[in-house]
Design a protein around this ligand. Structure first.
Ligand SMILES: *Cc1c(COP(=O)(O)O)cnc(C)c1O
Length: 392
């Protein structure tokens, strides 16, 4: 038995070691202040995130899930309303809609990018009578086709809420940052995101001042002035400790994005040498049964919150098991499309959303975190290619 490097899916310890002293100082200063909720640290983070995302307003809140919920609340989405969103995403995208008594209307994805397919969006919309919003997702760190979505939404007078939870710092086809378009965008600081806190946290960017004010009121139970309520809000405040931690990490975020992109380059190089092509080519077209992520051309930027491969369905779980045996962590994002979740069954048959259903069976995320070393990447690539060559 040879020894091999351990490669966890994510290694936050490796990142913490490079930040320890900065972090201790930031956390100590919050303790010295004994001001733990909102306050100056949160305000400073909001300004820094607004500048980073090139958005006029940013409002901190308790999580990315709450960011989505607050955005919908601010648009007065409620019972009977319909919201278009991809079925292939994290649960919170649809959960936020359902929590308000509104109906998530599930849309299929593009097989190359895993983001909303504009044609499927138009088909789903044609069966709707109470559309209130469109909620696309920038999955894995790649901005969806916002030009097509804005055209679609503009023609129908619908607001867009971008679920940018995985995409802080990502750039669209024109090189504009996620959050910089005149939509509402929702970000998450869950520890596994590219900018992750020491716990939960979230942020909403928007372009309209009245909307920004409303979001800031909704996150404190709708209270303005204190103890006076025109609106029923929720408690979704961002902690000063989280803001202090995130402000330290924000200073390193560009470097981490670059390191993730370099890791993606290394993987791509190794996989292509072994015969892989990118996800624009269907698996059925042959060659080594491995598809690497399709990357947008600059100035667009994928920030690789996840690096997701595609393999034939019958090899996906055996590959995961093989990788696990070689010390390599992996995950499936996401094994069950949301339209197939028990909580969203309506008694009517679900619509066919075949691209998402296939992706749920064929995708596997491998380690991409910034601190990965070259030999770890080589180990992951070698294990993956060896397994596929033996079993294809
Ligand atoms: C992480 C995530 C969320 C939710 O963010 P939390 O901060 O965990 O609540 C929402 N949507 C997507 C696509 C996510 O990846």
């Amino acid at each position: 038995m040879g020894t091999h490097p351990e490669v966890p899916l994510l290694d936050l310890q490796a990142q913490y070691e490079t930040l320890r002293s900065e972090m201790e100082e930031a956390v100590r200063s919050v303790f010295e202040s004994q001001r733990f909720i909102l306050g100056d640290e949160v305000r400073a983070l909001e300004q820094e995130i607004a500048a980073y995302c090139d958005a006029p307003h940013a409002i901190g809140c308790a999580s990315g899930s709450d960011a989505l919920l607050l955005a919908l609340m601010a648009l007065d989405v409620g019972p009977g309303d319909q919201v278009l969103l991809p079925t292939y995403t994290f649960f919170a995208t649809a959960g936020s809609v359902a929590r308000l008594g509104a109906e998530p209307v599930f849309v299929d994805i593009d097989p190359a990018t895993y983001n909303v397919d504009p044609d499927s969006l138009a088909r789903a919309a044609s069966g709707c009578s109470r559309l209130a919003a469109v909620m696309p997702v920038h999955l894995y760190g790649q901005v969806c086709d916002l030009d097509a979505l804005e055209r679609f939404a503009g023609e129908r007078g619908l607001p867009i809420i971008e679920d940018a939870a995985q995409a802080i710092g990502a750039r669209d086809a024109e090189g504009r940052a996620a959050g910089s378009r005149p939509n509402i965008a929702c970000f998450s600081f869950f520890p596994s995101k590219n900018l992750g806190g020491a716990g939960d946290g979230g942020m909403i960017t928007c372009h309209d001042e009245a909307l920004a004010d409303k979001l800031a009121v909704l996150r404190v139970h709708g209270s303005k002035p204190k103890y006076h309520h025109q609106l029923v809000g929720i408690n979704s405040r961002l902690d000063a400790l989280q803001a202090a931690v995130l402000r330290v990490k924000l200073r390193h975020l560009e470097r981490w994005h670059l390191a993730r992109a370099e890791n993606a380059d290394r993987y791509e190089d190794l996989f292509r040498k072994a015969g892989a092509v990118d996800s624009r080519t269907p698996l059925a077209d042959g060659g080594l049964p491995l598809r690497v992520p399709s990357r947008p051309a600059p100035p667009a930027r994928h920030v690789f919150n996840q690096y997701v491969l595609r393999v034939p369905a019958q090899l996906r779980d055996p590959l995961r098991e093989h990788l696990g045996g070689q010390g390599v962590g992996s995950e499936v994002y996401y094994p069950i499309p949301l339209h197939a979740q028990a909580c969203f069954q309506t008694g009517q048959p679900s619509p066919a959303l075949p691209v998402s259903e296939a992706a749920a069976l064929e995708t596997i995320a491998i380690p991409i975190y910034p601190e990965l070393r070259a030999e770890q990447i080589e180990h992951v690539a070698t294990c993956t290619v060896d397994f596929l060559e033996r079993n294809a």
